[in-house]
Design a protein around this ligand. Structure first.
Ligand SMILES: Cc1cc2nc3c(=O)[nH]c(=O)nc-3n(C[C@H](O)[C@H](O)[C@H](O)COP(=O)(O)O)c2cc1C
Ligand SMILES: O=C(O)C(=O)c1ccccc1
Length: 390
């Protein structure tokens, strides 16, 4: 049986709600339902972007401009969605990208995501800004593959402690997010006075860390909570970092290091020169720089510059199987999913995350078949054309 048929059966078997799947199978409808059902501040936190949100729109438009040219008579009876990343074969080119403070969406937050990801054998990338700790999430994910995303704090000992904890808990790769040392200007959060991290959620990794606890001075409890949050706010990010700081991490992490938030080919070259293993071409879903180019438009130049030296990953705007195909055709080896799985979590917890993963992979498998492509590893730019008028 094909992947698509498996997933279609599972979607129906697992989650019938009056004869239809538990959640919409299309990501746009999923987002509309999230807007309808979720608290408006929680929805605004996930859906919102920087400034006028023009970058978030540009992300989707960049996918719209690239069009797939289907090919015929190419024996697509058996599709191979697998890819090899850093020596490990994955069943599909999909990872769950780091999303902070997932308890805003659902009380089980990252634990539910870890269980869903493990069940679908999709790697989860855990955010530093999580509501459950590195260790708790590792335990929930069990045998499932996991990566850790570092927000490099303004304290070297704390940074070293985070990566050591991630190593000790079996995280395989380190994703260092470079684009969010300073949180973007986000009107939806600002207008609803919703800055959750300032209220002390999404701080589990800090509050459980011996280095952080030492900075606070006392065991963290109700009485010194505000002080702990103030210290957290001071050391969350470090805008003074430069390329010269990367050896600090390289010396402390033996596994693969991936820099997230790369948009310029020169930055990608510098990453390779610094001994990094990969990059994520990403504009953080448009949440950081309003006015940045659509992330897909930045991908070809980065892939061209470093595709033979680094593993190039992509996120920002993946909403369908054809989006995955387009990103892979333009040089990404795999893609990260962001907002869609957060909506799945908010609407139906662990089952909602599974549903979103299954839908995306079924869609990918079917679109591979219908476009005449048997292996994701073989996708190349000549599969694509540009929409007329662009
Ligand atoms: C609510 C939310 C929280 C996020 N938190 C993090 C984070 O903690 N660390 C990180 O590297 N990226 C974070 N991101 C960015 C995602 O990893 C990813 O780059 C982005 O969601 C891709 O855009 P898309 O969801 O529109 O496809 C967050 C994104 C959202 C929507
Ligand atoms: O909201 C985000 O995009 C993000 O990256 C973040 C940063 C700190 C805490 C929570 C989320």
């Amino acid at each position: 049986m094909t992947v698509a048929a498996d997933y279609q059966n599972e979607i129906y078997r697992d989650g019938l709600d009056g004869g239809t799947p538990i959640l919409p199978t299309g990501m746009a409808a999923l987002e509309r339902l999230a807007q309808e059902r979720l608290d408006s501040r929680a929805f605004g936190y996930v859906a919102g972007s920087a400034g006028t949100e023009s970058t978030a729109r540009a992300n989707l438009e960049a996918f719209g401009r690239r069009r797939i040219v289907p090919r015929m008579l190419r024996d697509v009876a058996v599709r191979d969605l697998s890819v090899e990343l850093f020596g490990r074969r994955l069943r599909s080119p999909l990872l769950l990208g780091p999303v902070g403070v997932l308890t805003i969406m659902h009380p089980e937050g990252e634990l539910a995501v870890a269980r869903a990801a493990a069940a679908e054998q999709v790697p989860m990338i855990l955010s530093t800004a999580s509501s459950h700790s590195i260790e708790q999430v590792a335990q929930a994910g069990g045998e499932g593959p996991r990566w850790y995303q570092l927000y490099w704090p303004n304290d070297r000992d704390l940074a070293a402690s985070f990566v050591q904890r991630a190593h000790d808990s079996g995280y395989e790769a380190l994703v260092v997010t470079l684009d969010t040392h300073t949180l973007g200007w986000r009107p939806r959060d600002l207008d609803q006075a919703y800055l959750p991290f300032l209220y002390g959620i999404g701080v589990a990794n800090y509050f459980t860390d011996p280095v952080f606890q030492k900075l606070v001075g006392d065991p963290i409890g109700e009485t010194n909570r505000d002080r702990a949050i103030a210290i957290w706010a001071r050391l969350f990010g470090d805008p003074s970092l430069t390329w010269d700081d990367l050896p600090f991490l390289r010396e402390r992490w033996q596994g693969p290091i991936v820099l997230k938030g790369i948009q310029h080919p020169d930055d990608a070259r510098r990453a390779a020169d610094a001994g990094m293993d990969g990059v994520v071409v990403s504009n953080h879903g448009g949440r950081q720089v309003d006015g940045a180019a659509g992330a897909l438009d930045a991908l070809p130049a980065v892939a061209e510059a470093v595709g033979d030296r680094l593993t190039v990953l992509f996120d920002s705007g993946i909403r369908s199987g054809s989006d995955v195909i387009k990103a892979l055709a333009l040089g990404a080896k795999a893609v990260l999913l962001g907002r869609p799985y957060a909506y799945g979590l908010g609407l139906a917890g662990q089952a909602g995350v599974r549903h979103v993963i299954r839908c995306l992979l079924a869609d990918l498998d079917i679109t591979m078949a219908t476009s005449g492509n048997a292996r994701v590893a073989d996708l190349s730019p000549d599969l694509l054309t540009t929409a007329p008028g662009h």
